[in-house]
Write a protein that binds this ligand. Structure first.
Ligand code: CMC
Length: 395
């Protein structure tokens, strides 16, 4: 009861306090635990940034080594879980496979945090999930294309291991190019957290009901799947392909996006919080040129993306609404260059975002002062009380 303030889409509602990520949407600033993403993307390994996000501080050498040991220790999936992959229909979405498999981890590891002896905020459950999600993602791809599974290799680091499980084949060993590993490392870092976005808020909301971490993350994966959120990276690439196949008719798609009668939007443009160039998109755009150059790839879709960005920049509709490229606009061109299929793009986003989801879930659990189930209110617009109508009088 009482006066309810309606805030659809939570445009102006703070749902929590958080010390993980600082975001200034006006100036295009993004820091994790006080460190600029530009510095982290340039200098760190993804796993190091995951530690930072989870623990609050960058790991020293020993701490990082221990974390890496855990990434190797937990990389295998329970063999019984592997059979699950056989029973998804062909062409099942890798995002639905990912959320199902992550959710079911709880059946295999129900003990959760009680058994944990956390070091630096990292619990056994956290490390297990971070390590296994890679294996799940790569296995879902192998099953999808009908190839034999490639098991994790303890000699490889986090990113290399993922690439190897994705692309190694019997009699066709996969050579991990440093440019490819570096590009993927950078992308994962840039996706690692983004404060109270839709999937993170989902993880917190579901977690606030007291459910286990795996189930909460599984819910976050499903939220991320949406084309207005993480699914935009796949939608961008499909849109660029469409423009390319349509004789590069940019104006047609720009006009469609501006038409309010048409639900089509230019994927990869606009953001709830950034009203300028997304700082992640800036780094990814540069990385795009570097990786394609280093791999000697000429991708016409990069030219399409550059031209689309240019046209949008000069268009009054997009200027008036502060619609700039976001994180999803250029990432797909890099994924494509390194061989990741389009339907796996959002899975890559999930791999990157996992440390953020876990850190936010943990922060919520530890905030005892504000520990309440998430339960928004509503403004009721239905009938006032009316007399009951017996069946024989109903129309
Ligand atoms: N193309 C055309 N018009 C757009 C677009 C777009 N991509 N984005 C926003 N607008 C228009 C929208 O129609 C509205 O116009 P008007 O004021 O005339 O009604 C105005 O800009 C404000 O948009 P909004 O939908 O009220 O803004 P929002 O904060 O609710 O939505 C968004 C943010 C990201 C969902 C939206 O910009 C969008 O749909 N973008 C395309 C999908 C996309 O790239 N999503 C990825 C977001 S970034 C990372 C992530 O979360 O994965």
């Amino acid at each position: 009861s009482g006066y309810i303030t309606l805030d659809s889409g939570y445009m102006n509602t703070g749902s929590c306090t958080s010390a993980i990520t600082y975001l200034d949407g006006g100036q295009g600033i993004l820091n994790y635990r006080g460190y600029a993403i530009e510095d982290l993307a340039e200098n760190c390994q993804f796993i190091e940034v995951a530690y930072l996000i989870l623990n609050g501080e960058l790991p020293n050498y020993e701490q990082l080594e221990q974390f890496k040991r855990d990434m190797r220790r937990f990389a295998l999936l329970h063999e019984d879980m592997i059979h699950f992959f056989d029973h998804f229909p062909p062409n099942a979405s890798p995002m639905s496979i990912l959320s199902t498999m992550v959710g079911t981890l709880h059946n295999f590891y129900p003990e959760m945090d009680d058994e944990d002896d956390p070091y630096g905020g990292i619990t056994v459950t956290t490390a297990r999930l971070l390590s296994k999600i890679r294996t799940i993602a790569a296995f879902s791809y192998k099953k999808n294309i009908g190839h034999p599974l490639v098991y994790p290799n303890a000699k490889l680091n986090y990113v290399q291991n993922f690439l190897n499980m994705m692309f190694d084949r019997p009699n066709m060993p996969y050579v991990i190019k440093p440019e490819v590993a570096m590009a993927l490392n950078k992308l994962l870092i840039l996706h690692a957290d983004h404060e109270q976005n839709c999937s993170t808020s989902t993880v917190r909301l579901v977690g606030s009901a007291g459910v286990n971490l795996y189930a909460s993350i599984s819910a976050g994966i499903n939220a991320l799947w949406g084309p207005l959120h993480g699914g935009a990276n796949q939608a961008v690439l499909e849109m660029l392909e469409l423009i390319y196949a349509d004789d590069c008719n940019f104006e047609k798609y720009i006009e469609k996006a501006k038409n309010k009668q048409d639900s089509f939007r230019l994927s990869g443009f606009g953001h709830r919080v950034y009203k300028t160039f997304d700082p992640r998109a800036k780094i990814i755009k540069e990385a795009c040129h570097e990786v394609l150059g280093a791999l000697d790839i000429q991708d016409p879709l990069l030219d399409i993306a550059l031209e689309l960005e240019e046209r949008v920049r000069n268009d009054a509709y997009f200027q008036e609404r502060n619609l700039y490229p976001n994180v999803d606009f250029y990432s797909g061109i890099i994924y494509r260059a390194i061989g990741i299929p389009t339907n796996m793009f959002t899975v890559m986003f999930a791999l990157g975002r996992l440390p953020g989801w876990i850190a936010q879930w943990t922060e919520m659990k530890e905030d005892k002062a504000n520990a309440r189930i998430g339960r928004p209110r509503q403004v009721y617009t239905g009938h006032t009380l009316r007399p009951f109508v017996p069946m024989h009088e109903r129309k």
